[in-house]
Design a protein around this ligand. Structure first.
Ligand SMILES: [Zn+2]
Length: 280
């Protein structure tokens, strides 16, 4: 399935929301008594019927729980917005909004059952976005690559995948490898793909940074990337303001220069030296 729940640049989102008059009132929010659920708050449930509300509450609760199990506790409460949107899939569109109060906005078709929502990758992708700070439009390939890579890490850990995770990465990444088999930098190629709105190629091409980082972490530090991100959420996530600070914080946690070095190679080295011609 080609994902349709693309994230867009926050400036456009902010404009769209202003145009749509999306100004949620605090009164519409629901906070659960369950301590685990205090990590998030749901907005917009008043647009749904009682039964639909139950499905949405359960879905968001399960999504946050699965994501926290893999990426750790978030340093601030997650603000989750839901909007009705008839479609041919449970979550046809979603995006994060990266302003002072970060939030995630889900457009949902509640004619789908709870299990359809839970097995849809969108929520894990969007929640993953918020495990690292906004790194700017220039680094959308990094942000989208991160969320795309992590969505399946979260789903694998929660036993939600119907195929082995490696097979899924293969299916998503392999079709785009030929675009990176040139001397131009990977960051430049991915950014151009983003500008051409070839989102699958840009996102999954960008995810190669995290495939490589995870592999190097396992080989050199006996650690998974998900474990490192869980540590990072409590050490750097709230303070970091740009990509240089993010990679510096990640490197500090492992006393290495792995993330900075890899970023340098993605920005300045030939892509063909980073990407294989065949996915194996
Ligand atoms: Zn995204």
């Amino acid at each position: 399935m080609i994902g349709l729940a693309f994230c867009f640049n926050p400036l456009l989102i902010a404009q769209a929301n202003a145009e749509n008059g999306n100004n949620e009132s605090q009164k519409q929010s629901v906070t659960f008594a369950n301590p685990a659920a205090q990590q998030f708050r749901i907005h917009g449930l008043s647009r749904f019927t009682g039964e639909q509300k139950d499905v949405l509450r359960q879905w968001l609760k399960e999504g946050v729980k699965a994501t926290r199990q893999t990426l750790g506790d978030y340093p601030r409460r997650l603000e989750l917005y839901v909007y009705p949107k008839p479609s041919d899939q449970p979550v046809p569109w979603a995006h994060t909004r990266r302003d002072a109060q970060e939030s995630i906005h889900f457009y949902v078709d509640t004619r789908f059952a709870l299990h359809d929502f839970i097995s849809d990758w969108t929520i894990y992708h969007e929640l993953a976005h918020l495990a690292i700070p906004y790194v700017g439009e220039q680094y959308a390939w990094f942000s989208e690559g991160f969320a795309s890579y992590m969505q399946y890490q979260i789903m694998e850990a929660d036993k939600l995948l119907s195929e082995p995770v490696k097979q899924l990465y293969h299916n998503k990444i392999a079709p785009h490898l030929s675009r990176f088999n040139i001397r131009e930098s990977a960051a430049s190629i991915a950014t151009k793909l983003m500008e051409k709105r070839n989102f699958p190629a840009a996102y999954w091409g960008g995810s190669w940074y995290f495939v490589m980082a995870d592999q190097q972490l396992q080989n050199q530090h006996n650690m998974r990337l998900t474990e490192l991100i869980a540590l990072y959420q409590q050490a750097g996530r709230e303070q970091d303001k740009n990509i240089q600070e993010v990679v510096k914080s990640l490197d500090a946690l492992i006393n290495d220069s792995l993330f900075s070095d890899l970023l340098y190679r993605f920005e300045h080295g030939p892509a063909q030296e980073l990407y294989p011609s065949q996915f194996n």
